[in-house]
Ligand binder design. Structure first.
Ligand SMILES: [Zn+2]
Length: 453
């Protein structure tokens, strides 16, 4: 019927209500055979009214009402309800409404989609979950060789995000960064043995989880996270100095904090003078700057882990007592995470990626408003454009037996004896897709373009 544009139904009548449109329909296709035994003599057993939701029309939710027939088979005696085309029996809605909800819930909140369709939010969520479930089967992400475990503050809490360092991609996001959640997830990685290296920041639940589930993987602390700690310590020194200042000078120091955070080699002449002035005025600040710089330098020299261990210990010993308390966070990190920090010297796996992830974090933060975590997760992971750069096609040769020979030849073969049992094969090229997750730089571009707003 043209009004509905659903092939399986004929419209009998239509009632417009304040809140929705109700359309009474009749099923056009009658079953030909019993689904249990295939017998073709069926009789109508009873009828019950059923209601299915359909895509909104004229800005109103739509329900389809039909008298659904239950048949009884004359042969096996079993009953069954007539099959309905274009209907999802599990969700009691048309399949096109299901698609509509999936699409809409990617760009609006469940509450809005619920209002639009006349369904409750719980149903919207179920349909959405079905979609995510299907996507995860259509695009099963490969387990990376170098796994990155990071975190983002997203939709109100810290979430653990799993990345493929070599592909610059994110392949999963977990609702929390608790050990139990991470363990649970790592356990279900496809081919967990693929993971050779895991990079993370200094968050012990991650380390515990990885040691438990992937005991052979090398844990590496991202160089970025360690040196960032040194910068934080210098900030502490700046704030410590601040308390000794007059208000005007305090503002000046606040404005100059970028000078302190800069690496020495990137200071311009004016900034060098500023740094010298502050150092002369507050020797502790100068010492703290030097300690920060010395620490950064340790990570720039391409040292091996053995030399690095000595150098880090020397750095710690060389810390002037009057500034040591500012650097406590760093010295504590060194004592808690030394093996993993040293692994970073033997397995340098970081660089440009950390920058992307931070930019990404900020952008996601911005778009996260109004969406549930699951939606943000699905939008990121299964975005088709972001998956393109990481998806590869594997061409495989497959030997396939040639279609079975006609009976005539088979008989001749049998007469000729067992040697002629030889099966003939042909080689076929089969293409298989490999998915590695959403490419982070592409996600960033899309976010900047407002694709997810
Ligand atoms: Zn039957």
């Amino acid at each position: 019927m043209s009004l509905l544009n659903l092939k399986g139904f004929h419209v009998i009548s239509q009632q417009e209500h304040e809140s929705h449109l109700a359309i009474t329909v009749e099923n056009l296709f009658k079953p030909q055979a019993c689904p249990h035994c295939g017998f073709t003599q069926l009789y109508s057993h009873d009828k019950t009214e059923q209601v299915f939701f359909d895509t909104p029309m004229q800005g109103k939710p739509v329900v389809l009402k039909t008298q659904r027939v239950r048949y009884k088979c004359r042969s096996c005696g079993k009953t069954f309800r007539e099959p309905l085309a274009d209907i999802d029996d599990k969700r009691l809605m048309t399949t096109r409404l299901k698609k509509y909800i999936q699409k809409r819930s990617m760009s609006d909140t469940f509450a809005v989609v619920a209002r639009e369709t006349g369904l409750d939010e719980k149903t919207i969520r179920h349909v959405f979950d079905d979609y995510v479930d299907t996507q995860s089967k259509v695009m099963p992400f490969e387990t990376p060789r170098v796994l990155g475990i990071d975190e983002l503050k997203l939709v109100g809490s810290y979430r653990c995000i799993l990345t493929n360092i070599e592909k610059y991609s994110v392949f999963d996001m977990l609702p929390s960064r608790k050990k139990a959640d991470v363990v649970q997830h790592l356990k279900f990685l496809k081919n967990p043995k693929n993971v050779q290296i895991v990079t993370m920041d200094m968050w012990s639940p991650y380390r515990d989880a990885v040691k438990q589930v992937l005991p052979d993987a090398v844990i590496v602390i991202d160089k970025f996270h360690i040196v960032a700690t040194a910068s934080k310590c210098l900030e502490k020194a700046r704030k410590g100095t601040r308390s000794q200042l007059e208000k005007k000078e305090r503002i000046k120091l606040k404005n100059d904090r970028f000078v302190l955070l800069k690496r020495r080699h990137s200071l311009n002449d004016e900034e060098v003078i500023k740094l010298q002035q502050w150092s002369a005025w507050f020797p502790d600040l100068g010492l703290a700057y030097d300690a920060k710089e010395a620490f950064y330098c340790l990570f720039d020299q391409g040292l091996d882990s053995k030399t690095a261990e000595q150098a880090l210990m020397d750095w710690q010993r060389g810390l002037s007592p009057q500034i040591a308390h500012y650097f406590e966070a760093l010295t504590t990190a060194l004592s808690n995470w030394m093996p993993e920090i040293l692994n970073g010297f033997d397995y340098p796996v970081t660089n440009a990626y950390t920058e992307s992830i931070n930019r990404y974090a900020k952008d996601v933060q911005r778009m996260g408003r109004g969406y549930s975590f699951d939606v943000v997760r699905a939008k990121m992971l299964y975005n088709a454009e972001a998956n393109m750069p990481t998806t590869s096609t594997i061409r495989k040769k497959k030997r396939k037996p040639i279609e079975e020979a006609p009976v005539f030849y088979l008989m001749l073969d049998n007469l000729a004896g067992s040697a002629s049992q030889k099966q003939k094969y042909k080689t076929e090229i089969i293409e298989e897709k490999r998915y590695y997750g959403a490419h982070i730089p592409t996600l960033c571009e899309l976010l900047e373009k407002g694709e997810f707003d």
